[in-house]
Design a protein around this ligand. Structure first.
Ligand code: GTP
Ligand code: MG
Length: 376
């Protein structure tokens, strides 16, 4: 719904903008002629001048766009989809190594300083079913990325190094998983390190987990704790089996036949390729040539790549892929949706850019007013 500016209201009521501003000030709101005020305040303001105001908002391109995220109308259009599993945990506890072991890849070796600095999203086959994994950085600087990972996920694997136990980013990861209301499976990793798989050490860590509200099944709670070693591969198949059981329990479904919607995990400008965004499809199927709006950006999907950089022509539910073709870099964490017409897409994106600009301006204005007051 489009906001109402003081100017619009002044024209609608036939009252001078200055009179409105003075009244607003008396009501305790500082505003300028171009500032937007909310519906409630507009109605109250009109009342102050003895008028009743009916606020009717025109349907905007944004409203139409948001329709794309409405749940599927027909339950029988829903089909099973792969689970999305996010790996969270303290720095260096072995998240990427565990995922490398699962994928039989060697991402850790290619990372600078062995520190994950971005979100990686991959799909693997297990027992003939695809599973999507999202890797996140454990470094304390990356809180937002962990939150983003937790938000797109069905299950969180919380990696805890058995020689280190519950650490600050472990606690923070638990908070993200809880906020996202998703089940947590603990991978008690690095269990191969000499002298860590002892009853005393394991029960110390169980205690730390229980203190964070994660009561291990072995202690009569409901949180699966699987001992793993990314180095030897021990316990990795147990972990996968546990994840499969939980995923089956949730009967995850999506409608692959609607226009795609999903989430941008990260995006940047890439030399020669323009804006490149790593996205996770949630509903529908994304295809090369589709028109998408994502955050403040829009464009026609020029190319789609899977997690190994192979060119693909479509991506269904839970599929992580890279897209190029957006005109500006969207913020990570923004949702995207396919719209049927490029003009409509432009309309939505441009309205959003205006709003972003207005918000930035309003912020600057508030700051200036504050400075003014501070000086008085
Ligand atoms: P960030 O992404 O930086 O948060 O780290 P991470 O959690 O992804 O840890 P990473 O996989 O990079 O592993 C950190 C170090 O621990 C590396 O030197 C790994 O070789 C080592 N490591 C990981 N898993 C195991 C394990 O199961 N056993 C042993 N002994 N070492 C491991
Ligand atoms: Mg890592």
């Amino acid at each position: 719904d489009a906001p109402i500016s003081v100017r619009t209201l002044s024209e609608a009521l036939g009252i001078k903008a200055n009179d409105l501003l003075r009244k607003l000030m008396a009501m305790g709101s500082m505003a300028t002629i171009n500032a937007n005020i909310d519906d409630e305040l507009a109605v109250m303001l009109a009342m102050e001048f003895g008028m009743t105001l009916d606020v009717v908002h025109e349907r905007t391109a944004e409203d139409d766009f948001m329709q794309a995220f409405a749940p599927a109308a027909e339950a029988d259009a829903l089909q099973p989809r792969p689970p999305v599993i996010t790996i969270l945990g303290h720095v260096d506890h072995g998240k990427t190594s565990l995922l490398d072991r699962i994928r039989k890849s060697k991402v850790v070796e290619s990372e600078s300083g062995g520190i994950t600095q971005h979100i990686g999203a991959y799909q693997v086959e297990y027992n003939g079913h695809p599973i999507t994994f999202v890797d996140t950085p454990g470094h304390e600087a990356f809180t937002a990325m962990r939150a983003r990972g937790a938000n797109v996920t069905d299950i969180v694997v919380l990696v805890v190094a058995a020689d280190d136990g519950v650490m600050p980013q472990t606690v923070e990861a638990i908070a993200h998983a809880k906020a996202a209301e998703v089940p947590i499976v603990v991978a008690l990793n690095k269990i191969d390190i000499p002298n860590v798989d002892t009853a005393a050490n394991v029960s110390k860590i169980f205690g730390e987990l229980a203190q964070q509200g994660l009561n291990p099944v072995e202690w009569g709670g409901d949180v699966e704790v699987v001992k793993t070693s990314a180095t030897t591969g021990l316990g990795v198949s147990d972990l996968l089996a546990t994840l499969e059981t939980i995923a089956e329990l949730h009967e995850l479904k999506a409608d692959p036949d609607r226009p795609a919607t999903g989430t941008c995990l990260e995006a940047s400008i890439s030399e020669g390729r323009g804006v490149v965004a790593t996205v996770l499809v949630r509903e529908g199927t994304l295809r090369v040539g589709d028109v998408v709006v994502c955050g403040d950006g829009y464009g026609r999907v020029r190319a789609l790549f899977d997690d190994q950089g192979r060119s693909i022509d479509k991506a269904g539910p839970s599929f992580p892929c890279e897209i190029s073709g957006l005109d500006v870099v969207p913020d990570a964490g923004e949702n995207f949706a396919v719209v049927d017409d490029v003009g409509r897409a432009r309309e939505v994106a441009e309205a959003r850019r205006l709003r972003t600009r207005d918000a930035a301006q309003a912020e600057r204005q508030t700051v200036t007013l504050e400075n003014l007051y501070n000086r008085m």
